[in-house]
Ligand binder design. Structure first.
Ligand code: GAR
Length: 187
């Protein structure tokens, strides 16, 4: 199987990146992680790229034309698929046009509920009974594109923001690889 050359975008801890790297070592997993883009020079997640000898690039997303720089690196590494894994920056429509249908994102809620930031505190405030995560295609609206996979769990009385985050992330480590397998299953 020819694996899709894939770039993962991160901003922080990178635990989803790490999980995808581990899955990509499996011969039957449809993608290989060939590049990591990071917009935070303090992001712990970059250590996973270093450890697994995956090329990585820091991009300052505060400068003009930063997306052109990203596109340059994606082209240089012949990237055909992009996973946003905790990348805390909205992707422009122009950028998306270059990779239409080839960018996916993971979000820590059951979309379309709780788009954006502070998902867990808003869920608790709203007295939600169910939480979870969603993997979806990226379009020009925030946390909005076609849904590929959702996974959920029941919230209990003892749950707080931290426990919700931990439980959600456990599900994310299943959902992200499953979504990728689903996308490439028939190609
Ligand atoms: C993940 O929980 C992901 O769902 C969330 O950031 C976290 C990154 O964790 N993404 C968003 O909130 C995007 N809207 P990680 O850096 O350990 O993979």
């Amino acid at each position: 199987m020819v694996k899709k050359r894939t770039c993962v975008f991160i901003s922080g801890r990178g635990s989803n990146l790490h999980n995808l790297i581990l899955h990509s070592r499996n011969n039957s997993f449809p993608v290989r992680i060939n590049l990591v883009i990071c917009n935070n020079s303090n992001a712990y997640g970059i250590n996973f790229a270093k450890k697994h000898k995956i090329p990585y690039v820091f991009i300052n997303t505060k400068i003009k034309n930063f997306e052109n720089k990203i596109l340059f690196h994606l082209k240089e590494h012949k990237i055909s698929f992009i996973c946003l894994a905790g990348y805390m920056k909205i992707i422009s429509d122009t950028f998306i046009k270059n990779f239409r249908g080839k960018i996916i994102n993971i979000h820590p809620s059951l979309l379309p509920k709780f788009k954006g930031l502070n998902t867990f505190s808003r869920m608790l405030k709203n007295k939600e009974k169910v939480a979870g995560c969603t993997v979806h295609y990226v379009n020009k609206k925030l946390d909005d594109g076609k849904i590929i996979i959702k996974k959920n769990f029941l919230i209990n009385d003892k749950d707080d923001e931290l426990s919700l985050k931990n439980k959600t992330q456990k599900l994310e480590y299943k959902a992200f690889p499953e979504a990728i397998i689903k996308i490439f299953r028939n190609t």
